[in-house]
Design a protein around this ligand. Structure first.
Ligand SMILES: [Zn+2]
Length: 100
């Protein structure tokens, strides 16, 4: 699930409604999903009963991304360790040769 969820408090169409004069009386929250496609931002209204599903999907994606980032970092660290071991081995072999 790509994108982010944002809630908005909105004013209604009724001019007499208090939401027009006092921000505390605005309606909502209304939830929207924002996502980028190419260089354009898109926005879609999410009905209240679907908000939780979308939040979970987004959280799951973030957890996966974090896992992938960590795996990349671990791999980088392991490559460095491997390089260190290889250099140690090369050193030991050179020493061995020097002794013999
Ligand atoms: Zn209103």
């Amino acid at each position: 699930m790509r994108g982010i969820l944002r809630s908005r408090m909105l004013r209604c169409g009724k001019k007499s409604c208090r939401c027009h004069t006092d921000p505390a009386f605005r309606h909502g929250p209304y939830w929207y999903l924002y996502w980028r496609q190419g260089d354009r931002m898109h926005c879609r209204y999410i009905p209240p009963d679907k908000v939780e599903v979308f939040q979970q999907a987004i959280a799951a994606r973030q957890a996966l991304n974090a896992g992938i980032r960590k795996a990349h970092q671990d791999m980088k660290n392991m490559r460095w360790q491997l390089k260190g071991v290889q250099m140690q081995m090369a050193g030991v072999m050179l020493e061995g040769r020097a002794v013999v």
